[in-house]
Design a protein around this ligand. Structure first.
Ligand code: FES
Length: 312
């Protein structure tokens, strides 16, 4: 199960999209059914009825918050427990449950664990939970392997090229024909923090990798806060959901938001064709492609993925 992405926490979608109507979602190749049980409770089960294997997401929520399978009406609670088997009141329900997955509701997102017994909680950046920030949330799906998308997000040297009209224009303005990009990669409990700088210019933006599948770009020094967080979430084979959350602590009026939001979408869309054109689709071992010192941050991710996750 969850081949190549096993035993990981990842946000899957905004909680605002989880309703009483059972919803099918595919995470790392596994179909899930998700529904809101009540105001505080969300259920996440494998989308497979234990009776005859049909999709539970074809069913409906009962008045008590259970999910009723569409085929023979078996009912399951939020833990997957079988709560009712119509026409068979004497049947032992304890052995006929569905499979539930660990999940959390944090920062307006539904987090799912791709396994059954997490030994740690998800690493959640404070920008997702700080109530004092203006927040923009958007997701879309690309035809790409999540590892190519993740490397793109961690790849600072592409900014003055792919993003020369947006977040890369200041780098491009300072870049000389003989410029050198320096990068400090500091290991942290959540992944790493990358500090890039050009020649003898002082460092500006910092970038973080949150294992396994997220990048946080911090574009302004404190106390100003202007960040973009992107999660590269594997769904079906060679498909990735790009979940973008931008946060800021200034220009708080609603009238200011469209300009920021459109800018962030423009940045994201500048990457799409590049990532979707990758061949091979999934990141290969480092020796299969020609790398240079400025690839340090992406190669760090690639080595971790190939060593820890690819065969999981
Ligand atoms: S297949 Fe679900 S109740 Fe029979």
């Amino acid at each position: 199960m969850f081949a190549g992405f096993a035993r990981q926490w990842t946000p899957l979608l905004p909680l605002s999209e989880v309703t009483s109507k059972p919803r099918r979602e595919v995470l790392a190749g596994e179909a899930l059914v998700i529904w809101r049980v009540d105001r505080d409770t969300v259920a996440v089960l494998l989308d497979r009825c234990p009776h005859r294997g049909v999709s539970l997401s074809l069913g409906s929520r009962t008045q008590t918050g259970r999910l009723a399978c569409s085929f023979h009406g078996w009912e399951f609670d939020s833990t997957g427990g079988c709560a009712r088997i119509p026409l068979n009141p004497g049947a032992d329900r304890s052995r006929r449950g569905a499979t539930a997955l660990p999940h959390r509701q944090i920062g307006g997102l539904l987090w799912v664990f791709t396994g059954f017994d997490p030994d740690e909680e998800p690493h959640v950046p404070d920008s997702l939970t700080d109530p004092g920030l203006v927040r923009f949330v958007h997701h879309e799906t690309w035809d790409a392997h999540w590892t190519r998308a993740m490397e793109n997000m961690l790849d600072y040297p592409h900014l003055p090229y792919v993003h020369r009209t947006t977040i890369g224009r200041f780098v491009r303005a300072k870049q000389r024909p003989d410029s050198v990009l320096h990068q400090k990669v500091e290991t942290t409990e959540y992944g790493y923090e990358l500090t890039p700088w050009l020649d003898d210019e002082p460092p500006g933006a910092t970038l973080r990798w949150y294992r396994p599948n997220s990048m946080l770009l911090n574009t302004m020094p404190a106390p100003k806060h202007l960040r973009i967080q992107i999660y590269c979430i594997p769904t079906e084979e060679n498909r990735v959901r790009m979940l973008l959350i931008s946060t800021r602590n200034f220009a708080r009026t609603p009238a200011a938001s469209p300009a920021f939001d459109l800018f962030n979408l423009k940045v994201l869309h500048q990457d799409r064709a590049i990532v979707e054109s990758s061949d091979p689709v999934e990141v290969p071992p480092p020796g299969r492609e020609k790398s240079v010192p400025s690839d340090k941050a992406t190669l760090t991710f690639r080595a971790w993925y190939l060593r820890n996750l690819k065969e999981s």
